[in-house]
Design a protein around this ligand. Structure first.
Ligand code: ZN
Length: 343
Protein backbone atom coordinates (compact mmCIF):
# COMPACT_ATOMS: atom_id res chain seq x y z
CA UNK A 1 0.00 0.00 0.00
CA UNK A 2 1.27 3.50 -0.78
CA UNK A 3 2.27 5.68 2.17
CA UNK A 4 -0.50 8.13 1.35
CA UNK A 5 -3.15 5.40 1.50
CA UNK A 6 -1.73 4.13 4.79
CA UNK A 7 -1.93 7.64 6.20
CA UNK A 8 -5.47 8.09 5.02
CA UNK A 9 -6.48 4.79 6.61
CA UNK A 10 -4.84 5.66 9.94
CA UNK A 11 -6.05 9.26 10.12
CA UNK A 12 -9.65 8.24 9.40
CA UNK A 13 -9.91 6.77 12.90
CA UNK A 14 -10.90 8.94 15.86
CA UNK A 15 -8.59 7.85 18.69
CA UNK A 16 -7.91 10.41 21.41
CA UNK A 17 -5.78 9.44 24.43
CA UNK A 18 -7.38 6.64 26.40
CA UNK A 19 -9.63 5.72 23.47
CA UNK A 20 -7.08 4.41 20.98
CA UNK A 21 -8.91 1.18 20.06
CA UNK A 22 -10.01 2.23 16.55
CA UNK A 23 -6.51 3.42 15.52
CA UNK A 24 -4.89 0.36 17.11
CA UNK A 25 -7.16 -1.97 15.12
CA UNK A 26 -6.36 -0.19 11.84
CA UNK A 27 -2.63 -0.17 12.64
CA UNK A 28 -2.68 -3.87 13.57
CA UNK A 29 -3.98 -4.85 10.15
CA UNK A 30 -1.17 -2.90 8.51
CA UNK A 31 1.55 -4.16 10.87
CA UNK A 32 0.72 -7.87 10.92
CA UNK A 33 2.09 -8.78 7.47
CA UNK A 34 5.46 -7.21 8.38
CA UNK A 35 6.07 -8.88 11.75
CA UNK A 36 6.45 -12.39 13.21
CA UNK A 37 4.06 -11.61 16.01
CA UNK A 38 1.74 -8.71 16.92
CA UNK A 39 -0.18 -8.16 20.17
CA UNK A 40 -1.75 -5.52 22.38
CA UNK A 41 -0.76 -5.15 26.01
CA UNK A 42 -2.91 -4.30 29.03
CA UNK A 43 -2.76 -0.56 28.36
CA UNK A 44 -3.77 -1.03 24.73
CA UNK A 45 -0.33 -0.46 23.18
CA UNK A 46 0.14 -2.24 19.86
CA UNK A 47 3.44 -4.12 19.73
CA UNK A 48 4.94 -6.15 16.90
CA UNK A 49 8.23 -8.03 16.74
CA UNK A 50 10.35 -9.30 13.91
CA UNK A 51 12.94 -11.66 15.34
CA UNK A 52 16.34 -11.98 13.67
CA UNK A 53 16.79 -15.58 14.79
CA UNK A 54 20.23 -15.04 16.24
CA UNK A 55 21.05 -16.17 19.77
CA UNK A 56 21.08 -13.45 22.41
CA UNK A 57 20.22 -10.81 19.86
CA UNK A 58 19.81 -7.28 21.16
CA UNK A 59 16.43 -5.58 20.90
CA UNK A 60 15.59 -2.33 19.15
CA UNK A 61 12.23 -0.65 19.83
CA UNK A 62 10.82 1.89 17.38
CA UNK A 63 7.95 3.96 18.78
CA UNK A 64 5.27 6.25 17.34
CA UNK A 65 2.12 7.10 19.26
CA UNK A 66 -1.34 6.25 18.00
CA UNK A 67 -3.37 8.59 20.20
CA UNK A 68 -4.41 12.06 19.07
CA UNK A 69 -5.53 15.24 20.79
CA UNK A 70 -9.22 15.48 21.63
CA UNK A 71 -12.11 16.69 23.74
CA UNK A 72 -14.15 15.00 26.48
CA UNK A 73 -17.82 15.70 27.30
CA UNK A 74 -18.23 16.98 30.86
CA UNK A 75 -21.94 17.83 30.89
CA UNK A 76 -24.98 18.80 28.83
CA UNK A 77 -26.93 22.07 28.97
CA UNK A 78 -30.06 22.61 26.86
CA UNK A 79 -28.83 19.79 24.59
CA UNK A 80 -25.41 21.44 24.07
CA UNK A 81 -22.28 19.60 25.23
CA UNK A 82 -19.87 21.12 27.71
CA UNK A 83 -16.38 19.73 27.37
CA UNK A 84 -12.79 19.79 28.44
CA UNK A 85 -9.84 19.45 26.09
CA UNK A 86 -6.59 17.60 25.90
CA UNK A 87 -3.90 19.11 23.69
CA UNK A 88 -6.40 21.38 21.95
CA UNK A 89 -6.14 25.16 22.09
CA UNK A 90 -9.48 26.95 22.64
CA UNK A 91 -8.49 29.52 19.97
CA UNK A 92 -8.78 26.72 17.39
CA UNK A 93 -12.24 25.56 18.36
CA UNK A 94 -15.12 27.89 17.46
CA UNK A 95 -16.95 26.74 14.30
CA UNK A 96 -15.02 23.47 14.08
CA UNK A 97 -16.67 20.19 13.14
CA UNK A 98 -16.13 17.38 15.65
CA UNK A 99 -17.01 13.71 15.87
CA UNK A 100 -18.68 12.65 19.12
CA UNK A 101 -17.38 9.12 19.60
CA UNK A 102 -20.59 7.38 20.63
CA UNK A 103 -21.57 4.16 18.85
CA UNK A 104 -22.40 5.10 16.13
CA UNK A 105 -20.53 8.44 16.22
CA UNK A 106 -22.42 11.73 15.98
CA UNK A 107 -21.45 14.88 14.16
CA UNK A 108 -21.13 18.01 16.27
CA UNK A 109 -20.14 21.61 15.62
CA UNK A 110 -18.50 23.90 18.12
CA UNK A 111 -21.00 26.68 18.67
CA UNK A 112 -19.99 30.26 18.03
CA UNK A 113 -21.82 33.57 17.93
CA UNK A 114 -21.96 35.45 14.62
CA UNK A 115 -19.74 38.57 14.47
CA UNK A 116 -22.84 40.82 14.30
CA UNK A 117 -23.76 40.20 17.91
CA UNK A 118 -20.28 40.44 19.42
CA UNK A 119 -19.04 43.59 21.12
CA UNK A 120 -15.80 45.12 19.80
CA UNK A 121 -14.02 43.80 22.90
CA UNK A 122 -15.36 40.26 22.46
CA UNK A 123 -14.24 40.19 18.83
CA UNK A 124 -10.68 40.90 19.96
CA UNK A 125 -10.14 38.06 22.38
CA UNK A 126 -9.95 34.28 22.08
CA UNK A 127 -12.81 32.42 23.76
CA UNK A 128 -12.09 30.34 26.83
CA UNK A 129 -12.80 26.64 26.90
CA UNK A 130 -15.43 27.05 29.63
CA UNK A 131 -17.47 29.34 27.36
CA UNK A 132 -17.56 26.92 24.43
CA UNK A 133 -19.96 24.05 23.76
CA UNK A 134 -20.65 21.48 21.06
CA UNK A 135 -23.97 21.55 19.22
CA UNK A 136 -25.21 18.10 18.22
CA UNK A 137 -28.70 19.24 17.22
CA UNK A 138 -30.38 17.22 19.96
CA UNK A 139 -32.78 18.07 22.78
CA UNK A 140 -31.54 17.85 26.37
CA UNK A 141 -33.34 14.49 26.84
CA UNK A 142 -32.00 13.00 23.60
CA UNK A 143 -28.47 14.24 24.24
CA UNK A 144 -28.51 12.83 27.78
CA UNK A 145 -29.74 9.48 26.50
CA UNK A 146 -27.18 9.19 23.71
CA UNK A 147 -24.06 10.93 25.02
CA UNK A 148 -22.81 9.93 28.48
CA UNK A 149 -20.50 12.28 30.35
CA UNK A 150 -16.92 11.20 29.57
CA UNK A 151 -17.60 10.55 25.87
CA UNK A 152 -14.51 11.51 23.83
CA UNK A 153 -14.61 13.72 20.76
CA UNK A 154 -12.08 14.42 18.00
CA UNK A 155 -11.79 16.87 15.17
CA UNK A 156 -13.63 15.89 12.03
CA UNK A 157 -11.38 16.57 9.08
CA UNK A 158 -10.92 15.57 5.47
CA UNK A 159 -7.73 13.90 4.27
CA UNK A 160 -6.48 15.93 1.32
CA UNK A 161 -3.39 16.80 -0.68
CA UNK A 162 -2.03 20.27 -0.16
CA UNK A 163 -0.17 21.17 -3.31
CA UNK A 164 1.70 18.29 -4.91
CA UNK A 165 3.89 16.97 -2.12
CA UNK A 166 2.06 17.63 1.12
CA UNK A 167 -0.97 16.09 2.81
CA UNK A 168 -3.38 17.76 5.21
CA UNK A 169 -5.42 15.90 7.85
CA UNK A 170 -6.08 15.55 11.55
CA UNK A 171 -3.95 13.16 13.68
CA UNK A 172 -0.88 13.27 11.42
CA UNK A 173 0.73 13.81 14.84
CA UNK A 174 1.72 11.04 15.22
CA UNK A 175 0.31 8.72 12.60
CA UNK A 176 2.63 10.17 9.94
CA UNK A 177 5.43 8.75 12.09
CA UNK A 178 3.64 5.44 12.56
CA UNK A 179 3.38 5.25 8.76
CA UNK A 180 7.15 5.81 8.62
CA UNK A 181 7.65 2.85 11.00
CA UNK A 182 5.49 0.63 8.80
CA UNK A 183 7.38 1.75 5.72
CA UNK A 184 10.75 1.10 7.44
CA UNK A 185 9.62 -2.43 8.36
CA UNK A 186 8.60 -2.90 4.74
CA UNK A 187 11.99 -1.72 3.45
CA UNK A 188 13.65 -4.23 5.80
CA UNK A 189 11.67 -7.21 4.54
CA UNK A 190 14.01 -9.87 3.23
CA UNK A 191 17.07 -8.16 4.76
CA UNK A 192 19.12 -10.00 7.34
CA UNK A 193 19.07 -8.30 10.75
CA UNK A 194 21.24 -8.62 13.85
CA UNK A 195 18.63 -7.29 16.27
CA UNK A 196 15.07 -8.23 17.16
CA UNK A 197 12.99 -5.37 15.82
CA UNK A 198 10.03 -4.22 17.93
CA UNK A 199 7.51 -1.75 16.49
CA UNK A 200 5.40 0.05 19.09
CA UNK A 201 2.20 2.00 18.42
CA UNK A 202 1.88 3.58 21.83
CA UNK A 203 -1.15 4.95 23.67
CA UNK A 204 -1.52 8.08 25.82
CA UNK A 205 1.49 10.09 24.58
CA UNK A 206 -0.57 13.26 24.49
CA UNK A 207 -1.41 12.98 28.18
CA UNK A 208 1.50 11.33 29.94
CA UNK A 209 3.64 8.94 27.93
CA UNK A 210 2.53 6.01 30.08
CA UNK A 211 1.95 3.80 27.06
CA UNK A 212 5.56 4.00 25.91
CA UNK A 213 6.80 3.72 29.47
CA UNK A 214 4.96 0.46 30.11
CA UNK A 215 5.89 -1.01 26.71
CA UNK A 216 9.57 -0.13 27.12
CA UNK A 217 9.49 -1.68 30.57
CA UNK A 218 7.95 -4.90 29.24
CA UNK A 219 9.97 -5.26 26.02
CA UNK A 220 13.19 -4.19 27.79
CA UNK A 221 14.96 -3.11 24.61
CA UNK A 222 18.68 -2.30 24.43
CA UNK A 223 17.96 0.68 22.16
CA UNK A 224 14.85 2.70 21.34
CA UNK A 225 13.89 5.46 18.92
CA UNK A 226 10.94 7.75 19.60
CA UNK A 227 9.60 8.94 16.27
CA UNK A 228 7.37 11.98 16.57
CA UNK A 229 6.56 15.23 14.81
CA UNK A 230 8.27 18.58 15.25
CA UNK A 231 7.45 22.14 14.19
CA UNK A 232 7.45 22.68 10.42
CA UNK A 233 8.43 26.12 9.20
CA UNK A 234 5.90 28.76 8.15
CA UNK A 235 6.54 32.48 7.45
CA UNK A 236 5.47 33.41 10.98
CA UNK A 237 7.34 30.69 12.89
CA UNK A 238 10.65 31.44 14.64
CA UNK A 239 13.45 30.20 12.37
CA UNK A 240 15.49 28.74 15.19
CA UNK A 241 12.56 26.72 16.49
CA UNK A 242 11.20 25.28 13.26
CA UNK A 243 12.37 22.79 10.65
CA UNK A 244 12.17 22.83 6.89
CA UNK A 245 9.26 20.98 5.28
CA UNK A 246 10.73 18.50 2.81
CA UNK A 247 14.15 18.90 4.42
CA UNK A 248 14.16 15.30 5.61
CA UNK A 249 14.02 13.66 9.02
CA UNK A 250 15.17 15.60 12.06
CA UNK A 251 17.74 14.05 14.38
CA UNK A 252 17.34 15.21 17.98
CA UNK A 253 20.45 16.13 19.94
CA UNK A 254 20.49 16.74 23.70
CA UNK A 255 20.41 15.11 27.13
CA UNK A 256 17.31 13.04 26.38
CA UNK A 257 19.25 11.38 23.57
CA UNK A 258 22.15 8.95 23.74
CA UNK A 259 25.01 10.58 21.88
CA UNK A 260 26.24 7.60 19.89
CA UNK A 261 22.71 7.03 18.60
CA UNK A 262 22.24 10.56 17.23
CA UNK A 263 25.75 10.40 15.80
CA UNK A 264 25.04 7.07 14.12
CA UNK A 265 21.77 8.36 12.66
CA UNK A 266 23.61 11.35 11.17
CA UNK A 267 26.38 9.12 9.77
CA UNK A 268 23.85 6.74 8.22
CA UNK A 269 22.04 9.68 6.64
CA UNK A 270 25.26 10.87 5.08
CA UNK A 271 26.26 7.41 3.88
CA UNK A 272 22.85 6.83 2.27
CA UNK A 273 22.51 10.39 0.91
CA UNK A 274 19.38 10.97 2.98
CA UNK A 275 18.64 14.67 3.59
CA UNK A 276 18.66 15.28 7.32
CA UNK A 277 18.15 18.13 9.77
CA UNK A 278 19.23 18.57 13.38
CA UNK A 279 17.22 19.82 16.32
CA UNK A 280 18.84 20.68 19.63
CA UNK A 281 16.60 19.58 22.50
CA UNK A 282 18.13 21.17 25.54
CA UNK A 283 15.78 19.53 28.04
CA UNK A 284 13.11 16.84 27.64
CA UNK A 285 12.44 16.13 23.97
CA UNK A 286 8.70 16.37 24.74
CA UNK A 287 8.29 12.92 23.21
CA UNK A 288 8.06 9.33 24.40
CA UNK A 289 11.87 9.35 24.53
CA UNK A 290 11.53 10.99 27.95
CA UNK A 291 9.75 8.10 29.71
CA UNK A 292 11.49 5.42 27.62
CA UNK A 293 14.99 6.63 28.43
CA UNK A 294 14.48 5.76 32.11
CA UNK A 295 12.59 2.46 31.72
CA UNK A 296 14.19 -0.44 33.61
CA UNK A 297 17.84 0.40 34.20
CA UNK A 298 17.85 2.96 31.41
CA UNK A 299 17.73 2.50 27.63
CA UNK A 300 19.91 3.98 24.89
CA UNK A 301 17.46 6.40 23.27
CA UNK A 302 17.18 8.50 20.11
CA UNK A 303 14.57 10.93 18.81
CA UNK A 304 13.77 11.17 15.13
CA UNK A 305 11.19 13.71 14.02
CA UNK A 306 9.14 14.63 10.98
CA UNK A 307 8.40 18.35 10.42
CA UNK A 308 4.67 19.09 10.66
CA UNK A 309 2.77 22.35 10.27
CA UNK A 310 -0.20 23.40 12.44
CA UNK A 311 0.32 20.84 15.22
CA UNK A 312 -2.78 19.78 17.17
CA UNK A 313 -5.24 21.27 14.67
CA UNK A 314 -7.52 19.49 12.15
CA UNK A 315 -5.30 20.81 9.33
CA UNK A 316 -1.96 19.28 10.29
CA UNK A 317 0.35 19.13 7.26
CA UNK A 318 3.33 16.88 6.47
CA UNK A 319 5.43 16.42 3.37
CA UNK A 320 5.31 12.88 1.96
CA UNK A 321 9.03 12.81 1.15
CA UNK A 322 9.86 13.42 4.82
CA UNK A 323 7.98 10.25 5.76
CA UNK A 324 9.79 8.24 3.10
CA UNK A 325 13.24 9.59 4.06
CA UNK A 326 12.52 8.92 7.74
CA UNK A 327 11.68 5.33 6.86
CA UNK A 328 14.87 5.00 4.79
CA UNK A 329 16.98 6.38 7.62
CA UNK A 330 15.38 4.07 10.19
CA UNK A 331 15.91 1.07 7.92
CA UNK A 332 19.57 2.00 7.35
CA UNK A 333 20.01 2.44 11.10
CA UNK A 334 18.52 -0.99 11.84
CA UNK A 335 20.56 -2.91 9.27
CA UNK A 336 23.95 -2.53 10.92
CA UNK A 337 22.75 -2.30 14.49
CA UNK A 338 23.85 -5.12 16.78
CA UNK A 339 26.86 -5.99 14.59
CA UNK A 340 29.19 -3.88 16.72
CA UNK A 341 28.65 -6.02 19.79
CA UNK A 342 30.18 -3.30 21.92
CA UNK A 343 27.09 -1.17 22.54
ZN1 ZN B 1 3.08 13.56 18.92
Amino acid sequence: METEQILERLCAEGAPSGFEGPAVRAAKELLEPLMDEVWTDRLGNLIGVRRCGKPEAKKLLLDAHLDEVGLIVTGIKDGFLRFTANGVDSRMLPDREVMVLTDPPLLGVVACLPPHVLSAEEREKAPELKDLFVDVGLSQEEAERRIPVGTPMTYRAAFTRLGERQVCAKALDDRACYAALLRAAELLQGRELDVDLYVLGSVCEEVSGVGAKVAAQAVAPDFCVAVDVTFGRTPDSPKDESLVMGGGPVVGIGPNITRWMSRQLLEKAEAESIPVQKEVMEHSSGTNAWPMQIANEGIATAVLSIPLKYMHTPVEVVELSDIEETARLLAAFVVDLGKEGAQ
